[in-house]
Design a protein around this ligand. Structure first.
Ligand code: ADP
Ligand code: ADP
Ligand code: ZN
Length: 227
């Protein structure tokens, strides 16, 4: 199953992706995680991207499309994948369409997690991210069992450099001007589905799994491998 999680920064895409990985045994492809790993490795691409990320701006399309092209070619994507935070511009969406056409695969669903801007600042400033596995927690809304320690891998929880009130403003602007136009793009493709992302984490997960179960029933040829 080829899925995309869509929504504003902090809408809960990474959090929900973790449940989909376990349920469907397909990898999460987060361009943000890939970029942050490149920054840790101090690659030329990472150093170049960092300037944009720290400023809350989108990294140029050519860099992102190159990342995705390489990532989709990895063998673990052959049974499907969960795109998280990609695409964010029409040019990226078009490039993805071309790549998938060449791979003879199609996008099954774009799941939009709808969260109003007024809630985003609190989500982002309270976010804590595992330095080991990238899992997201929230100091108030989704706390780890042990303070500062990841529930999944025991890694240390950190605050992302770009998770501050000023950067959030530019990131939301980038979302509305450059990413929101993709809503119509995917509506026109007939794959766009919206969920209320303001509910509790577990409620959003249930809504998402329910919606996907009915989707699986609609694809009889593919259903057996997902059930
Ligand atoms: P969030 O969901 O909180 O915005 P991400 O980890 O998805 O966080 O992205 C962090 C930053 O990485 C973005 O603000 C942007 O600078 C860059 N980035 C990630 N994915 C993309 C993309 N598809 N296109 C352009 N920039 C991206
Ligand atoms: P995204 O990947 O879309 O940028 P995350 O999954 O990292 O977003 O979530 C952003 C922050 O909001 C994290 O601190 C996360 O724990 C928290 N969060 C995620 N889903 C919910 C929810 N349904 N209700 C409240 N907080 C949430
Ligand atoms: Zn972890």
């Amino acid at each position: 199953m080829n899925l995309m999680l869509f929504g504003a920064p902090g809408a809960g895409k990474g959090t929900q992706a973790k449940f989909l990985i376990e349920k469907y045994n397909i990898p999460q492809i987060s361009t943000g995680d890939i970029l942050r790993a490149a920054i840790v490795d101090k690659t030329t691409m990472g150093m170049e991207a960092k300037k944009f990320m720290d400023a809350g701006q989108l990294v140029p399309d050519s860099t992102i499309i190159g990342i995705i092209k390489d990532r989709l070619a990895v063998a673990d994507c052959k049974n499907g994948f969960i795109l998280d935070g990609f695409p964010r511009t029409l040019a990226q969406a078009e490039a993805l369409g071309e790549l998938m056409e060449n791979m003879k695969i199609k996008l099954d669903k774009v799941i939009s997690l709808n969260v109003p801007d007024s809630l985003i600042v609190g989500r982002i400033t309270g976010r804590r991210v595992c330095s080991g596995c990238g899992a997201s927690f929230h100091v108030e809304f989704n706390p780890s069992k042990k303070d500062g320690v990841c529930d999944y891998c025991g890694g240390e929880l950190t605050i992302r450099k770009d998770d501050n009130a000023e950067t959030v403003k530019s990131r939301l602007e980038a979302y509305h001007s450059q990413t929101a136009p993709l809503i119509d793009f995917y509506k026109n493709m007939g794959v766009f589905m919206e969920l209320d992302g303001t509910n509790d984490v577990s409620e959003v997960t249930n809504d998402m799994i329910n919606a996907l179960s009915s989707l699986i029933l609609q694809i009889p040829t593919a259903s057996s491998s997902y059930l």
